[in-house]
Ligand binder design. Structure first.
Ligand code: 13P
Ligand code: ZN
Length: 281
């Protein structure tokens, strides 16, 4: 089958376009990766022309031999739909999970995203934690979430609680909470290690003053998660722009009642009593 006609490639391209339309991908901002299942790789392998092995910059032994769709470094999400073969590609990992080679796409000298270490280390953690269910890792630069990293304390507890409060569906969509990575140099192994550590517990990791990573089973779930968190952040930005405190909000006991009816487990660490000085009291 032609790569560009495959369902998983179409889904990848649609998600990139949706992210662009949300305004989350200025210039080359953001990157997307998808772990192919065996049948998907088989269905398109006739078109593969493997290049040279190159270092990943991280070690992901549990992903040895896996294939990924991945956006290219310096490529614009805006162009994914019209220049697909330049904008993204399919890579294969070696038997150690330390090197990759381009099998399709990333034409004219392209290479995978500079955040490949973060993507692959997150894939490794999430594939292990979900019994292989999660296949998508998505990074973007959504303005409201980034804005909050300048005014809220950079803690998992505060970000989770504040974003849960802004829309009743939030604790149902991300009951496990949200992790926050302090400002770090992007594109390397250190930030990949810090992010993948958070991905052991969460499906969302915010990079202070930079953006967000989400993990999910498929394109809909992962995009929907990003969309839900960023919309909640937008509401919080609006509220904090009107006045520095909330007149009323969802209370810890109300979250506990919600958890019972919606059959989700909401960790008590996020249901703390607030003090006067805390954001959004
Ligand atoms: P790439 O163009 O290398 O994917 O980098 C974009 C980005 O968002 C870095 O964090
Ligand atoms: Zn980025």
């Amino acid at each position: 089958m032609e790569v560009l006609k495959a369902g998983f490639v179409q889904g990848f391209m649609r998600m990139a376009q949706d992210g662009w339309e949300q305004g989350w991908h200025e210039r080359n901002g953001g990157n997307l990766s998808y772990r192919l299942c065996l049948e998907e790789a088989k269905s398109v392998e006739k078109e593969f022309a493997p290049g040279q092995w190159q270092e990943i910059g991280a070690s992901v032994p549990a992903l040895a031999g896996a294939y990924f769709l991945v956006t290219g470094s310096g490529k614009y999400f805006r162009n994914v739909a019209i220049q697909p073969e330049e904008s993204f590609g399919i890579i294969e990992l070696d038997e150690k999970g330390e090197n990759y080679r381009i099998c399709w796409g990333l034409a004219n000298g392209g290479r995978p995203t500079s955040e490949l270490p973060s993507h692959l280390m997150n894939h490794e953690v999430k594939a292990g934690a979900t019994g292989g269910r999660h296949r998508v890792i998505y990074h973007c630069h959504p303005a409201n979430t980034i804005a909050l990293t300048f005014v809220l304390p950079l803690s998992d507890e505060v970000f989770t609680r504040e974003l849960w409060e802004m829309a009743t569906e939030c604790p149902v969509v991300f009951p496990e909470g949200i992790g926050v990575v302090p400002w770090m140099v992007p594109g390397g192994k250190d930030i990949a290690v810090a992010t993948s550590e958070l991905m052991k517990r969460y499906n969302v990791a915010i990079w202070a003053h930079h953006g967000m990573f989400c993990s999910g089973a498929d394109f809909d779930e992962t995009f929907g998660l990003m969309h839900t968190v960023e919309k909640s952040a937008e509401i919080l930005v609006k509220v904090l722009s009107m006045q520095p405190y909330k007149r009323q909000t969802i209370q810890p006991d109300e979250f506990r009642r919600l958890a019972v009816d919606f059959k989700v487990k909401l960790p008590e660490q996020f249901l703390y009593e607030k003090h006067e000085s805390q954001a959004g009291r």
